[in-house]
Design a protein around this ligand. Structure first.
Ligand SMILES: *Cc1c(COP(=O)(O)O)cnc(C)c1O
Length: 399
């Protein structure tokens, strides 16, 4: 499977061992347990001497096919899965961080991840250092002081900031730290963190991997040695991926490359269109030359992803009028689906922050997150155009 390309992997990889009865599609195996008439065989499977399944909290054939597909897409030695992306993140951090350990990360991680860093890990007496996202010298300096884990996310939510994975992984290697990258926004189609030097790659499969906003899930890929430790934590603590969700994610992943390519194309064109609008203050998309992370993104990504954000003049008042006018967009908190999704950052990813905290993070109150879907580009542009034209004239004058 190593030599075949991403689009072919997305369709074919990982499914063979979970097929049964000559079916061409992976079955949804809902059975909680797996029975054995031969006591020796049961024992061999239980101690991992023989391939097989024992109990659904540990492994399941449908879930295994999902793990195999993401493992191959990320080019990893091993993979495991979780009930959600947050379970993947919390279980992985809990596996490697103990009281007295130090973890270095960035300020712009996903909202839930940020809560783990600011609320839960300090309670466990883990020292958390959050650096300015994009300030590579600052991250290197903190890592050089020694840490157990360097945790990165690139591009980030909501202003799609870019971190140089190769450079940061090299700094972490010098102090023996484990490098974890949340690859949710980029997807394995656009970015391969393991090739760039990361030790572990995390996904919220809920987003681009599944791609249809109908199943929650998370994944972790990396070396067998590291992934097995996290698998052990998860099998005991119980944040297991449900077989039905695994099936939906697996089916969604078959079209991953097609979807992501179209989403990248739509996102770039929408970003360029937004730059021409008088009511738009600033557009954030790593594919634009004006984006501060453009150069690094061009180096480490094959394309710039389906996520962008933009701020509007008149702030909240404008977005309150603008967003309901869009016909081809869900106004919702998720991202990465086949449908275009929009939402104010103050309501979605950074709802827990005060306006002052958001301002300090460089997030204007009128910032809108835009997750490009796979619709025809012309319809998305026309939809935005009519929404902008519907804004009252006095708002334009005030803006
Ligand atoms: C959504 C998201 C998560 C959390 O995933 P869930 O499946 O919602 O738990 C983590 N990281 C990023 C970048 C996300 O967008």
């Amino acid at each position: 499977m190593k030599e075949i390309r991403k689009g072919t992997q997305a369709v074919w990889a990982g499914e063979k061992d979970s097929l049964a009865f000559g079916a061409t599609q992976v079955p949804v195996v809902h059975s909680v347990s797996f029975g054995y008439d031969d006591m020796d065989e049961w024992y061999d499977v239980a101690i991992g001497q023989k391939q097989g399944h024992i109990y659904g909290r540990n492994t399941n054939p449908t879930v295994q096919a999902f793990e195999e597909k993401i493992r191959i897409l990320e080019g990893a030695e091993a993979a495991t899965s979780f009930s959600t992306g947050m379970a993947a993140i919390s279980n992985t951090l809990a596996t490697f961080l103990a009281p007295g350990d130090r973890v270095v990360s960035i300020k712009d991680t996903y909202g839930g991840t940020n809560k783990i860093f600011t609320e839960f890990l300090p309670r466990q007496k883990v020292e958390v250092v959050l650096c300015e996202t994009g300030n590579h010298q600052a991250i290197e300096a903190e890592v050089a002081k020694g840490c157990k884990v360097l945790y990165l996310e690139t591009p980030t939510n909501p202003t799609v900031k870019i971190t140089d994975i190769k450079r940061m992984a090299a700094a972490a290697k010098r102090v023996g730290a484990i490098v974890i990258v949340d690859n949710t926004f980029a997807t394995p189609i656009n970015q391969q963190p393991l090739v760039l030097g990361a030790d572990l790659v995390i996904h919220s499969a809920t987003k681009f991997l599944g791609g249809h906003a109908d199943a929650l899930g998370g994944s972790l890929c990396g070396s067998k040695e590291l992934v097995e430790q996290v698998y052990h934590y998860r099998e005991i603590n119980g944040a297991t991926l449900d077989p039905m969700a695994a099936y939906l994610l697996l089916r969604g992943m078959k079209t991953l490359k097609l979807r992501v390519e179209k989403q990248c194309e739509n996102a770039l064109s929408v970003a360029k269109f937004l730059q021409t609008k008088e009511m738009v203050e600033e557009v954030f998309y790593p594919g634009l030359d004006s984006h501060p992370g453009h150069e690094i993104a061009s180096e480490q990504m094959t394309n710039f992803g389906g996520m962008l954000s933009f701020s509007v003049k008149g702030g909240v008042e404008t977005l309150r009028l603008l967003l309901p006018k869009l016909k081809y967009a869900n106004r919702a908190a998720n991202l990465g689906s086949v449908e275009t999704i929009v939402g104010p950052t103050r309501t979605t990813s950074h709802v827990e922050c005060t306006p002052e905290e958001r301002a300090a993070m460089g997030i204007p109150e009128g910032l809108i997150r835009y997750s490009a879907g796979i619709e025809d580009l012309e319809d998305l542009i026309e939809d935005l155009e009519q929404a902008f034209q519907s804004l009252p004239k006095q708002l334009l004058a005030n803006g």
